[in-house]
Design a protein around this ligand. Sequence first.
Ligand SMILES: *Cc1c(COP(=O)(O)O)cnc(C)c1O
Length: 433
Amino acid sequence: MHFKSLGTNQQTVSLSDAVFKGLADDGSLFMPQEIPVLNKHFFENLAQMSLPEIAFSVLKPFVKEDLSDADLKEMVVSTFSFPIPLNAVNNDIYVLELYHGPTQAFKDVGARFLSRLMSRLHPVTDKKMVVLTATSGDTGGAVAHGFYKVPGIDVVVLYPKGKVSPYQENQMTSLGHNIHAIAVDGTFDDCQRLVKQAFNDRNLRQDVAVTSANSINLGRLLPQMVYYFQGVARMMEKNGGKALVVCVPSGNFGNITAAVMAHKMGLPVKRFVAATNVNDVVPRFLDSGNYDPRQSIVTLANAMDVGDPSNWPRLFELYQNDTDKMKKEVVATVVNDQEIKETIQSVFTAHNYLLDPHSATGYLGLSRQMKSDESGFFVSTAHPVKFLETIDSVLPSEAQKLRDEFGDAFTAKGTHESMGNSYKSLKEYLMNL
Ligand SMILES: *Cc1c(COP(=O)(O)O)cnc(C)c1O
């Protein structure tokens, strides 16, 4: 399969180019040239299939010209090596838990698959290959764990010194091997600026193949379709054939884009709910027809604090950029910080289920939008241990239990380099890696 850019120049590229370039030459996003519908046989067997079996069937049409069946099989088995269970929260509301990976967030799925794609597709050269990434906290950990010990690739993660939690810092610094964590004396913006400078440095790129693993990479998007099939597969046994609604807590709108792509492949879902925090550009758009991006606002669900979602053009394109078409299948709802806290507390009290702030947004979004003849699941995108301050403010005894259970993850124990914020030192570091 080839991949098309969504820009005016309509570039089409191979899987390998889409993955290593990240963005098209005109700066627009790549999408699969077509989204194939899976056959009847697949859906008849879905309820009996394991997660890696589902992943193989879903991903094969997108990669079959570029990877052998044996390679793809190995990749899905090692990517999806942690469980993604579906659990009941109350009567008709289920949760698909995406947070059982190494960094307790759903971004593990995309990062793990991308790393395996890159290690198989990268052209044979003498150049050292480096995935260079800036992080304000969470993405760095998922990328570091995703690429850990992947042959032929080094990872350099830049994070602002003293501005990430010890828990997050550990996820980047405790691995070693091919993972290099650098604490930059500056802000997240400084880290991003350094990464940009490296990408624009032709002289550096003669010696080092630098590439990015950021969230718009198609290699992260494709595997995210898989767990929606997993959700429906596990739901088939439970909901007695009721129409299904799926709710996705959304920030950059990559996760829900993957859900809608799965729907185009034939996934039987009646409606999707995009639940946002007060960064509500998409809900406002569906109300008014005006796309009006804003500065992001800080909330308790901070991995969704996005004022101008980078995957929006992809989602809109799946509906031929037609608002009315989109509104038939996608509804949006806004959850504020007060509601997030109340939901964490009330769901725990009533159903003994502990939500993190992002998953609370998903739960409330689904329960608002589901009708009595429907059932549904929301995806839980992070483990509550990652957002302990919020849990502490509403359910202190539960927070204490998590602290006891995850104790050593809160004390810094890894190793990292330290660096000023000048590009010269980063370049030297990369040249000598
Ligand atoms: C990244 C992230 C989200 C948002 O996902 P998008 O694909 O950007 O919409 C939600 N929850 C958590 C915990 C995240 O890390």
